[in-house]
Design a binder for this molecule. Structure first.
Ligand SMILES: [Zn+2]
Length: 305
């Protein structure tokens, strides 16, 4: 029996006689309910869609890291857009969280002209970046691309083309799934990349070209539909070229913020700064931007140096 509520990433290859030498590698993600946890009731629809796209990109790309770490997908908008910051933070263990900072008035004026604004309109241009955090003693890796196109997948494809020179195709879909009379945010995505050719692998461009043509037929509904097993969809798309599922792993929407970590940060300030941060009742209030949980620290409990 297929469990259709699993949030999962599937790693696959297309073409080739041996999977280790396949000319095309891909990953697909299906999030039947993880996005709901992150987006529900917190954002207006166009912003929720955009943040959902960023979280799907994060879930797809973080799986390519060969070490434990995290990937941060970030967009910085301009004054012409409603969204000034969009951030999705994903770990190799499959924990994803997201946050958007936006201006309600600007959003309303954008919606007057365009009922269905895409990434370019919501951000007003700006930059798209992916940062890999390899742990505290290692350097950050960062690349940038301009925000262009309606979908954030356009930015991600552009990012791979300019920073890694890896031919990449990405599709994302975010929608509201009707369930038990209500609706919940659900999403899915897929990416394929051409592996550089070498003596053992041979030429890889032809299979990649064919795979992009096949993948261009995938619909948003197919990417999102929790009742369509991902393996079935991959077979439906790439069967002619040969498709192999290598691995599946779970994804969950949860925040790693903790009271203890916040307290440690507060305790690095001096007593005067702590007194400044306190409200009239002698409490410091700090809200996690990712999950909206508010932490309250009585000043007397903060042991400053
Ligand atoms: Zn949090």
């Amino acid at each position: 029996m297929q469990n259709n509520t699993l949030n999962e990433v599937t790693v696959f290859t297309v073409g080739g006689t041996e999977t280790a030498l396949a000319p095309v590698r891909g990953r697909a993600v299906r999030l039947p309910n993880a996005l709901q946890t992150a987006l529900a009731d917190r954002y207006p629809e166009p912003i929720a869609r955009l943040l959902g796209e960023a979280m799907i990109i994060g879930a797809l790309v973080v799986q390519s890291l060969k070490f434990d770490g995290r990937l941060v997908v970030q967009c910085h908008g301009t004054n012409e857009g409603a969204v000034s910051l969009l951030m999705a933070d994903c770990t190799t263990q499959g924990h994803i969280r997201g946050y958007a900072r936006y201006d309600e008035d600007t959003l309303q004026s954008i919606l007057l002209d365009n009922r269905n604004p895409g990434a370019d309109a919501l951000l007003g241009g700006g930059t798209f970046s992916m940062t890999i955090d390899q742990g505290s003693d290692m350097d950050l890796y960062q690349g940038l691309a301009a925000v262009e196109g309606k979908r954030l997948s356009d930015c991600a494809e552009h990012f791979f083309k300019t920073s890694d020179q890896i031919p990449t195709m990405m599709r994302l879909a975010v929608g509201q799934d009707i369930e038990d009379g209500g609706s919940i945010w659900a999403g899915g995505g897929m990416m394929i990349q051409r592996i550089a050719e070498d003596d053992a692998r041979g030429e890889t461009g032809d299979v990649y070209q064919t795979a992009t043509a096949l993948m261009s037929t995938v619909t948003d509904a197919e990417l999102i539909d929790p009742d369509l097993p991902m393996e079935t969809l991959l077979y439906r798309l790439f069967n002619e070229e040969g498709v192999h599922v290598l691995d599946t792993s779970s994804v969950s929407a949860d925040c790693r913020c903790s009271r203890e970590r916040l307290l440690n940060t507060l305790e690095s300030f001096d007593a005067a700064a702590i007194a400044d941060m306190a409200d009239a009742d002698g409490n410091i209030r700090a809200k996690c931007e990712f999950c909206d949980v508010e932490f309250v620290f009585p000043v007397k409990d903060v042991e400053t140096a």
